[in-house]
Design a protein around this ligand. Structure first.
Ligand code: ADP
Ligand code: MG
Length: 353
C-alpha cells in the first residue's frame, strides 16, 4: 500500500493536523486539563499523522508509541509491497494455480477481505482488490513511461475478479480461485488503519479526542476541547487561489482520492494510479473525490470507487450509504465541474475571513 502521497492528500492532512480552526463552538464545556500532542511517522509508504489530547506528555508519548506499533502490525499484515506480509503470502499461494483448499487468516486480514468484497459488490466491481496484477503493470508503465502490451493486460485480467475470493466466516478462512492473483488493499487499508488507531487510543488509554490521518484517509474522534469538531480543508481540482471548502466533523472518517501526483503521462494521456478493472488501465478522467462517512474504512474504499464509477453512479452509491456525503470535482471540456451529495452541506462551512 505504498504510495507517494499526492498534493491532494497532503494539504488535507496538514490542515487537519495543524487544527485549522473554524468558528469556535461555545456549546461544549472545556476540558482544561488536556493538552494537545502531535506526532508523525513514515508508515505504509506515506506519512501518518496523529493528533491527540492527553493529560501529560508521558501519557501521550506512551499512547502514540502503541499506535505506531499497531500501524506497523497492520502494515506487516496488509502491505502488498512486502513479500513477507500476510496478504502477500496469501497471494503467493496462487503462483502455480488456484488454491486447492482454504487457509485461515488473521482477524485483520479477514475483515479487510470481507469489507473489500462488500465494496466490490456495491460498486459493481469498480472497486476490486484483485486488481493487483494490473496495478503491477501500471507501476511498470510509470517506470518505463510506456503502456503495457494489450496481451499483457489480457493475461493480467485473467487473475482479476473479486468473485475469485471465497470467504468462509465460520472458519475465518479464504481460498483464492484463480492463478497468479495479487491482492492489493491499498485503496481501503489506510482508512481502516486510521480507525483502528482511534479504537486503540480509546480502549487502552481512554483517549477519545484524537485524529489520525494517513495521507488522504483520516479518522476524527471526539473534537478538541471547546470545539465542536475537527476542521479539514478539502483538496480538489479547483484553483488553489480560490477560498477553500472546509468541513467540520467528529467521530467520522474522511478520504480523498485523486490523481494530482500519482499519475503517468504516456503519449499525452494522463493515467491515474486508480485502475479501471474493466479497461485494465489507469483512469484517464481528471477527477478528485472526497467521501465523508462514520467509518473511515468506508470512506477510503468509496472515494477510490467513486473515482472509477464517475459522478452519477458514484453519488447514487453515496446517497444510499447511511451518514455518507461526498464532493467531487472533475475536469470536463477544460472546465471544472463540481458535484455535492445531499448531505454534504451538513458538514461544509466557510471560515470567517
Ligand atoms: P491513495 O493510495 O493515494 O490514498 P486510493 O485510496 O484511491 O489512493 O487508493 C489507490 C490504490 O488502490 C492504488 O494505489 C492501488 O493500490 C489500489 N487500486 C487501484 N485501483 C483500484 C480499484 N479499481 N479497486 C481497488 N483498489 C484499487
Ligand atoms: Mg481509497
Amino acid at each position: 500500500m505504498k504510495s507517494t502521497f499526492s498534493s491532494v492528500i497532503v494539504s488535507i492532512v496538514i490542515c487537519a493536523l495543524a487544527g485549522c480552526q473554524g468558528p469556535a463552538n461555545h456549546g461544549e464545556s472545556k476540558a482544561p486539563s488536556l493538552s494537545r500532542f502531535e506526532y508523525s511517522a513514515p508508515k505504509m509508504g506515506t506519512i501518518f499523522g496523529l493528533t491527540l489530547y492527553a493529560s501529560d506528555k508521558g501519557a501521550a508519548d506512551r499512547a502514540a508509541a502503541a499506535c505506531w506499533a499497531r500501524v506497523d502490525q497492520l502494515e506487516q499484515t496488509l502491505s502488498d509491497w512486502r513479500p513477507s506480509s500476510e496478504i502477500s503470502l496469501l497471494s503467493q499461494q496462487t503462483l502455480n494455480g488456484p488454491m486447492a483448499a482454504p487457509v485461515p487468516v488473521s482477524e485483520d486480514l479477514y475483515y479487510m477481505l470481507e469489507r473489500s468484497l462488500e465494496a466490490a459488490r456495491l460498486s459493481d466491481g469498480d472497486f476490486d482488490i484483485t486488481v493487483g496484477p494490473l496495478v503491477r503493470l501500471w507501476r511498470r508503465s510509470q517506470q518505463l513511461v510506456q503502456l503495457p502490451k494489450p496481451s499483457r493486460i489480457e493475461a493480467a485480467k485473467r487473475s482479476v475478479g473479486y468473485r475469485f475470493i471465497k470467504l468462509d466466516p465460520a472458519h475465518r478462512s479464504v481460498q483464492l480461485l484463480a492463478p497468479r492473483m495479487v491482492l492489493d488493499v491499498g485503496g481501503i487499508a489506510k482508512g481502516y488503519t486510521s480507525m483502528q488507531v482511534l479504537k486503540l487510543l480509546r480502549e487502552r488509554f481512554g483517549i477519545t479526542r484524537a485524529l489520525c490521518g494517513a495521507a488522504g484517509d483520516i479518522h476524527a474522534g471526539d473534537p478538541p476541547p471547546g470545539k465542536s469538531g475537527w476542521v479539514v480543508r478539502l483538496e480538489s481540482l479547483e484553483d488553489k487561489s480560490k477560498p477553500g471548502v472546509y468541513v467540520r466533523l467528529h467521530n467520522y472518517g474522511i478520504s480523498t482520492s485523486g490523481d494530482t501526483e500519482r499519475f503517468v503521462i504516456i503519449d499525452g494521456v494522463r493515467y491515474s494510479h486508480i485502475i479501471s478493472p474493466k479497461t485494465g488501465l489507469g483512469l484517464t478522467d481528471r477527477i478528485a473525490v472526497t467521501v465523508i462517512a462514520p467509518d473511515s474504512t468506508t470512506t477510503d474504499w468509496m472515494s477510490t470507487a467513486v473515482s472509477v464509477m464517475g459522478p452519477e453512479k458514484g453519488l447514487a452509491l453515496v446517497e444510499q450509504t447511511p451518514g455518507a456525503a461526498a464532493r467531487i470535482t472533475k475536469i470536463e471540456g477544460g472546465r471544472i465541474a463540481v458535484w455535492e451529495s445531499k448531505r454534504f452541506g451538513q458538514f461544509a462551512f466557510q471560515p470567517a475571513p
